[in-house]
Write a protein that binds this ligand. Structure first.
Ligand code: AMP
Length: 422
């Protein structure tokens, strides 16, 4: 047993998996840039009150899952459990919405922390990539956001199901809430302990209870889509029409309520077969009141976040082939200067390469390269040095070839061509 181990539910990301992570993050950044989202980086720590106010005192995240601590000054702080509240705080603090007209399109990528029971796909430190749009009230913008989410799925060749709903607004939700309370109160005895408490404090959460799902036990639970006010109903129709124009396949799921209190109208989730129980890979929706509730000017907003651990678990294994490694060896001391030159020249090109400067016998170099899983080796022996050449060997095919020591470009194109061939 090592003296120190990682904190429960928090994972090290090691090579070669870290390579998949960084390439996935690069792809997400490129996709975001293409759609004109700009990056926002907010601190990992925020004031506790920001989350209590934003996410709602009754949400599971606030009630049970936050990492809360006091700094030496007695300030109550929390590690961020999600990305939106911090982005909203920064949006207000830096007057982003006041300095330029909207829509403001922002993306973030980074870690979040929730004290949940760890299991496959659910961790205490996990990572999210999120898109947020401020300053546009239209359901068409929600549809564009969902379309962006579908582009991410397509890019990574992930088969996901997009489930959309409208969860109403402060005008129509209270009546639906009441209907749910009236429906579940007589059934209280049959509900789990958490749900019994939810009847009074957060009845909407009851219908997506993970422990003992009421939605699979009763088939006449009232659905919000039957209780929308005319404005929400018309916005929901516009959302669906816009999604059809974008050719985004979706299903309406009237039981999507989202865990955090700030959502209004559009709510959506994306599920995929992750091979475990945690098959929700992304979620989001409209949060028109959050900016005002956080102390800013009323600003409509919409956004979503995708969990990167879960996304990566459904990205096909062969999506990112590891680039084959090239290695350089000298067979005697006299080969070292030429080997150093090769290292210097290859370092300017996108090839995966490393050298070893302790001279070894040819057979020994082959063995070492094999052990490290290298495909290409470059050898400087006495003959090569005498003729200003380098011997190249392809360990996958056995082919050998001599190059001039200055033919760096020819060497690089050969390596790149072989990578494409693969
Ligand atoms: P939420 O903010 O709860 O809607 O989460 C959005 C997405 O973040 C989910 O669909 C998951 O992909 C991911 N996620 C949320 N909580 C966790 C967790 N504890 N561990 C791993 N991924 C998570």
């Amino acid at each position: 047993m090592p003296l120190y181990t990682a904190v429960k539910g928090m994972n090290d990301i090691l090579p070669p998996v870290s390579l998949r992570w960084s390439r996935m993050e690069e792809d997400l950044r490129l996709l975001a840039a293409r759609l004109n989202y700009q990056e926002i980086r907010t601190p990992v720590v925020e004031s506790l009150e920001l989350f209590q106010r934003g996410l709602g005192e009754t949400s599971d995240v606030v009630q049970k899952e936050m990492y809360v601590f006091e700094d030496k000054n007695g300030n109550k702080l929390a590690l961020k459990p999600e990305g939106t509240a911090g982005v909203v705080r920064a949006f207000i603090e830096h007057s982003i919405g006041i300095e330029k007209p909207g829509p403001h399109k922002l993306f973030y990528i980074g870690p979040n922390f929730r004290y949940e029971k760890p299991q496959k796909g659910r961790y205490r430190q996990f990572h999210q990539f999120g898109l947020e749009i401020f300053g546009d009230p239209t359901p068409e913008m929600d549809a564009e956001l969902i379309y962006a989410a579908s582009l991410i799925l397509d890019h990574f060749k992930v088969k996901g199901e997009i489930r959309v709903n409208s969860i109403g607004c402060p005008a129509c939700r209270p009546a639906y809430r009441e209907t749910l309370v009236n429906y579940f109160r007589p059934k209280a005895e049959e509900l789990c302990g958490d749900c019994r408490r939810r009847i009074d404090i957060n009845p909407l959460r009851l219908i997506d209870c993970k422990a003992d799902s009421p939605r699979t036990r009763w088939n006449d639970i009232p659905v919000i889509t039957d209780h929308l006010c005319p404005q929400c109903a018309s916005d929901f129709d516009r959302l669906k029409k816009a999604l059809e124009i974008f050719h985004v396949p979706f299903v309406v799921d009237p039981f999507i309520v989202r865990g955090l209190d700030y959502y209004v109208k559009t709510a959506f989730e994306i599920t995929a077969d992750t091979g475990g129980t945690q098959n929700a890979i992304a979620g989001g929706g409209r949060y028109d009141n959050l900016v005002a509730e956080t102390g800013g000017d009323a600003t409509p907003a919409t956004g979503f976040a995708i969990g990167l651990e879960r996304l990566l678990s459904v990205v096909p294994q062969d999506f990112y082939g590891a680039q084959p490694l090239a290695m350089g060896f000298a067979l005697y001391d006299g080969g070292i200067p030429a080997l150093l030159h090769l290292t210097k020249h290859l370092s300017h090109h996108p090839v995966r390469y490393m050298a070893e400067y302790t001279p070894r016998k040819f057979k020994n170099a082959l063995q070492k390269a094999n052990k490290l899983g290298a495909r290409h080796i470059f050898i400087f022996g006495e003959d090569e040095v005498k003729n200003a050449q380098v011997l190249y060997k392809d360990l996958a095919t056995g082919d050998q070839q001599l190059f001039g020591q200055h033919e760096t470009m020819t060497i690089v194109s050969m390596l790149m061509e072989k990578e494409i061939e693969k």
